[in-house]
Each structure stands twice: as C-alpha cells, then as structure tokens.
Design a protein around this ligand. Structure first.
Ligand SMILES: CC(C)(COP(=O)(O)OP(=O)(O)OC[C@H]1O[C@@H](n2cnc3c(N)ncnc32)[C@H](O)[C@@H]1OP(=O)(O)O)[C@@H](O)C(=O)NCCC(=O)NCCS
Length: 337
C-alpha cells in the first residue's frame, strides 16, 4: 500500500480588503464587537467592479501555485477534489470548471459539500485514492466566494462580519515512504443539527418560492443562518474530540504536535483549543484576523501561509482539525514529508 504526502501548497486571496470599520457602511457594528467576539480585523471580499474572480477561478489560481511548488505540471494531475459551499453555479460543481480553466485532460473532478470540514473530507477522499494506487497526484482545493451571498445589513450582521473570500489548494502525491505523509484522517457528522448553520434557499425545497416571493423583504432564507452560541458550544467539543482521536490512532501525545492548524472559525475557538491542549503560540497557526472565516478554504490557506513562513518543516507533526455546518467535523494527522 502507498502513502500520500502533500507535495505542494497554494493559496489565492482577492485583493480587496474590507476592514471592520468598512462594514459600517452597510450595518450597525463596531470594530471592538467584531474583534472581541471573533478576533477578526479584516477580510477579503471580491470587488465585482474590478475583479472577475469567482469560486472556481480563485480555486484554479490556488491550484496553479500548489502545482508549481510541487514541481509538477497540470498533465501530471490525475484527479480533482473541490470543496466549497459557494459554487459558481447551483450545478455543475466547481471541480469541472477548474479542470476547464487549467486546460486539463478529461480527468475526473469531484465536488465535496461539507462546508468548514470540506477540505479535510476532500483530503481524506484523495488520500484513499492514492493509498489504493488508483491515482498518483490529486489536486485538493477549497474555495469560497462568501461575499456574493451575505446579507449586508444590520439584520445579517451576526453572520456577515465573520465570513471572507479566498482559496487554498494542495497537491497530494504518491509516496513510498511509510513513515511520513498523511498518517490518518477522521471524519464525523451529526445531521440532526443541519439547520443550526445553514442556507435553505435556493434549493429544491425553496425553488418555486424563490420566484414567487422574490420581493418579500422578510424572507431571509436566501442568506446563511447561524445559531452562533449553539455552534460555538459544539465546535469546542468536536474540535477537541477530533484532535484526540487522531493523536490516539497514531499513538501520539499533544506534546508531539509541532503545528496545529484549526479551521479558522473564530479566534476564540482556536484559543480555547490551544489552552485545553496546553499548546504554545508557536504550535497553533491562526490567520482569521486577516481573512475571516473562509470555510473550505481556511485550512489550505493557513497551511500554505504557515509553510511560506517556514513554520512547517520536514518531519513535523502537523494536525488539521475542522468543525462546521452539517454538523460535520474531522481531523488529519500528517508527518510532513
Ligand atoms: C457569532 C458569534 C460571534 C456571536 O457572538 P455572541 O456572543 O454569541 O453574540 P450574540 O449572537 O448572542 O449577540 C449578542 C448581541 O450582539 C449583537 N450583534 C450581533 N452581531 C453583531 C455585530 N456584527 N456587531 C455588533 N453587534 C452585533 C446581537 O444583535 C446581540 O444584541 P442584543 O443582545 O441586543 O440582542 C458567536 O456566537 C460565535 O462565534 N459562534 C461560533 C460561530 C462559528 O464559529 N461559526 C463558524 C463555525 S464553522
């Protein structure tokens, strides 16, 4: 059986920076409220007047950088896994669009719909394909265009201030070194809480209504809904469980963690986990301050940045963990190759 390793990391953030104070043009909010509750100072939102970026285009840009850093060309890629909750179109998914944008051969492209855990689910799927010998190089991409679908008003502020746009990608490659690479992945879900963090329309359930009630000012079903405190309480428990599960599977202790990259949901959640596992600032990577929560893109963006800053090196034990809508959650334990 083969092992898979991350051979290249990439990221792409739209240029347009939106600070907490910038948000005041649309809603009643303050920099203090946002920073205190979430840690976020600014996020990137696509400026549709000056940029053609979409979820797929950003994903393709991040993928290109990941392939360059892996030292391989688009013709070496055997398969694409694309994670997003904000696809360019209702269907088809973004994976096929990336395949077209990168002018790739007719390789398979799979979309993953697991929101904040999407990248870990995608990584796990790709890992299985490589381990069985079916594919050699797989692009795993997470990309989100949140700004196109957020409610920019005081009514929507509880959700809107948290989310940002961006994309991250990795190339997962076959390796014959048993001691490094992806050691294990762990996936979970709890569908009974699906509506605690969800966007109900457009959907087949809300499709006709969408047309009929187009002008109903009270209809918020086309904007994301989040039961913030409920999500927070579950997140801290599930993040911890997923990390412990990953460590135990590999007979590792928290002291063995060189770098924990939590999904960038909320700085307070990351700090809670850091404290619980008694990790130092150097052992936990956070960039939510600059990008907000970029959902499926947040882990690969953070992974790419940590690598660029020289904070991830050969032999390091890198732990990825995520929790989000579904609810879904998971972790990945990596010995950096
Ligand atoms: C979303 C979150 C930051 C909200 O913080 P909170 O302390 O729970 O705040 P509440 O929603 O209870 O709102 C408290 C008050 O602030 C107000 N408020 C909400 N958003 C605001 C904003 N952007 N600016 C100013 N005030 C705001 C609310 O209207 C409410 O006012 P009220 O007391 O007069 O009714 C917090 O619940 C959270 O981080 N949850 C986890 C979310 C998460 O991680 N999601 C991603 C999972 S992948």
């Amino acid at each position: 059986m083969y092992r898979s390793k991350i051979s290249g990391v990439g990221k792409y953030l739209p240029e347009n920076v939106v600070t907490n104070n910038d948000l005041k043009q649309w809603m009643e909010t303050t920099d203090e409220w946002i920073q205190e509750r979430t840690g976020i100072k600014e996020r990137r939102w696509i400026d549709t007047e000056t940029s053609d970026d979409t979820t797929s285009i950003m994903g393709a840009k991040a993928a290109k950088q990941a392939m360059e850093r892996a030292g391989i060309s688009k013709d070496d890629i055997d398969f694409i896994v694309f994670a997003t909750l904000s696809p360019d179109m209702y269907f088809p998914g973004g994976g096929v669009r990336v395949q077209e944008l990168l002018e790739m051969d007719t390789i398979g492209a799979l979309d993953v719909r697991n929101q904040c855990s999407g990248f870990i689910y995608g990584l796990s799927v790709a890992d299985q394909f490589i381990k069985t010998g079916m594919y050699k190089n797989i692009l795993v991409i997470g990309s989100e265009n949140h700004s196109g679908g957020l409610e920019r008003s005081t009514r929507g502020r509880g959700v809107t201030v948290i989310f940002g746009d961006g994309a991250g990608a990795v190339v997962l490659s076959r390796s014959e070194d048993e001691s490094t690479g992806i050691l294990s992945t762990h996936l979970h879900s709890e569908g009974k809480y699906a509506k605690e963090l969800a966007l109900e329309g457009p959907s087949t359930g809300r499709w006709v209504d969408a047309i009929m009630e187009e002008n109903d000012p009270d209809d918020t079903s086309y904007y994301p809904y989040m039961n913030g405190q409920f999500v927070f309480k579950h997140a801290v428990v599930r993040f911890s469980e997923a990390i412990v599960e990953g460590l135990m599977t590999n007979h590792l202790n928290k002291e063995d963690i060189d770098m924990l990259i939590p999904h960038q949901a909320n700085l307070r959640i990351s700090q809670f986990i850091q404290k619980k596992f008694r990790l130092s600032d150097e052992q936990v990577y956070n960039n939510i301050q600059r990008y907000g929560n970029t959902t499926a893109a947040s882990i690969p963006i953070a992974l790419a940045e940590a690598w660029e800053e020289g904070k991830i090196n050969k032999g390091d034990c890198v732990v990825l963990a995520a929790f989000g809508s579904g609810f879904t959650w998971g972790s990945a334990i990596i010995k950096w190759a």
